[in-house]
Ligand binder design. Sequence first.
Ligand code: NIG
Ligand code: FE
Length: 407
Amino acid sequence: MTELTTVVHDASEVVVGPGTDAPLERYENAAIAVVDGRVAAVGPSEAITDEYPPENASHAVDATGKSVIPGFVDSHTHALFAGDRSDEFAAKLGGERYQTILAEGGGILRTVRAVREASDDELRSNLSSHLDTMLAHGTTTVEVKSGYGLDTETELRMLDVIRRADERHPIDVVPTFMGAHAVPTETDAETYTGRVVDEQLPAVADQGVAEFCDVFCEEDVFSVPQSRRVLEAGMEHGLTPKVHAEEFVRLGGARLAAELGAASADHLLHANGDDRAALAEAGVTPVLLPGTAFSLGTEYANARGFLDDGGSVAVATDFNPNCHSQSMGFAIALACVGMEMTPAEALIAGTHGGAHALDRAGETGTLREGSPADLAVVDGPSHVHVPYNFGVNTVETVFKSGEPVDG
Ligand code: NIG
Ligand code: FE
């Protein structure tokens, strides 16, 4: 027995995904019908409602004056943390540098202390409340990294909280192991790299609690050879590599990502044309994080360069204590205004591009026939209203597998 789960009809616009001869495949005066949680049909409202009468659906939405977009795929977050670093935001506005704060034991290392001290309940409740906010802002799939434990016990504890969140929350949560996020104060990068490879990674692989392995490849954090060691060991354990690359300086993380065939290289503020070409050739998705540049007050990544090279580009929030926004709508607005992406390019980067960065292209991030019906109804007549109406949440209702879900 099939069930007509949902019909959203009379929308001013329904965005399906990237177009073949236009930036977007989209319909005006459109409807979308969901059967058994998957998109059964999308197109002109009249034709769709003839075939799938809204009165027969478990959920019918009259979307007059509104638009429908795929749910956002936020492909880079550090959404599980404890403590409060708002004072560092204020200090950075006063001229303090992110790297200096970290070198003095603040930044990531301060969050590590807070996470080590937090109870499992506190960690669960923190993550769950951030996921609620993300869902209310239209995110239906999110990647969450560990990396605030920096010891085997706490890294595993974080990954367990992330796994449980995936089981219990409507959002799909994708787990990434990031033991190589910073060097704990009590040791040095080389010794700690050995611990990540010899102790943390085997334990993580043994528990089967991560899909990706990420590393902060950065001056004064992990060198290219150290990053390579971590990622290659991760690959031997079946974890797909990702790299925080060229964020503060151009160190070579992007070329490492290309060489290893990583799923993504992220940040890339200082990537040059050679790096871009290497990533494009290797099919590595660049994940651009304009919220981080906004929060740090630095230059944005060269999105136009990446787009011109072809291939998928992703935009994500990088939600973490240093970039404190769960909103993909805001990231998309920054992508438009700060990185000169068109609203259509930014929307695709925040949906289909995000799915690419998580090796889920074709599984989510579009509303093609057969896709899971993960979608957001936007209170505005087109997708352009997402960045146009910046600073507020334009997402009115979210459906996950065709079911209405609340943040
Ligand atoms: O992607 N750059 C490294 N990691 C995070 C920041 C984490 C933090 O400051 O807590 C990022 O921006
Ligand atoms: Fe990050």
